[in-house]
Design a protein around this ligand. Sequence first.
Ligand SMILES: [Zn+2]
Length: 211
Amino acid sequence: MDNCEQCQKLPELCVCDQIQTHKTKLHVLILQHPQEPDHEIGSARIANLALSNSTLKVGLSWRNLSAVLGKENIDPKRWAVLYLGSGVKGEVKTSQAALQFVSNKGAPIEKPSALEGVIILDGTWSQAKALWWRNAWLLKCQRVILNPKHKSLYKELRREPRKECLSTIESIAEVLEALGEKKETGQHLRDLFGKLLDKSRAKRKQKQIRE
Ligand SMILES: [Zn+2]
């Protein structure tokens, strides 16, 4: 059977009929590495479908943030990129807050006042790192580090966990909640991911039975 046109997953993994659209104040920009290998439980496209104020771009490098969004005069300083965590210097006290903004040098800073959007890099750890280094304009964005309040729903299914051990869609849920978006939005994203995992587990079981 053909993959679902919307989420591009196999029919037995598709959760499209469960997706509700949520509108956030912040724009969510997901940059996906072209080789993101996880067709099974990759969650970026589902997040994109569930968030009306979001963009998913697949590629390796863009000239600047305006070029990614196809809009003029985008100020990268008003955008936060979910930082990958390595290279943070000194103690970042994230024990209390779900989210910590850091300076270019890795020092904790206050949340910037006028944020327009958040940028999430989707892929394995090394793919996300490649996206980071190939898009120098990301250095102009605000950096934010996640200190997840929720544990990831997946344990055994992911081959190469991200440093913060959350899937892309769970990271987005955490970021949005921590930045003051509606709780229901984050919860819906987590629920969708849970449903995807259920389907993925069921599919594996089916396969084992057949083998
Ligand atoms: Zn689908």
